[in-house]
Design a protein. Structure first.
Length: 88
């Protein structure tokens, strides 16, 4: 354990990312088509690591550099949760 006031030399663990396509992320077909229509075929590391957890209803905090796809990593599962048949 590091002394008080010192920082650990260990970096936080990064989960292994095995997802190579958006099709493998279990997103609804309309979202997969929209992503493909926009020209995206491969999720970024942050997207591959977070989308499955968010689709499963888990809470998480993601930290990554600008331009790594954090907005889509959060937004795609949010859009997947919308029921288009539900009318308020």
């Amino acid at each position: 354990m590091p002394a008080a006031g010192s920082e650990s030399a260990e970096a936080p663990a990064t989960p292994a990312v095995a997802t190579s396509t958006f099709d493998a992320l279990d997103l609804p077909a309309p979202l997969r088509r929209a992503v493909a229509d926009l020209g995206f075929a491969t999720p970024s590391a942050v997207q591959a690591a977070t989308i499955p957890a968010l689709l499963a209803g888990r809470d998480l905090v993601g930290v990554a550099q600008t331009g790594t796809g954090k907005t889509a990593a959060f937004g795609l599962p949010l859009l997947a949760a919308i029921d288009p048949e539900l009318r308020a």
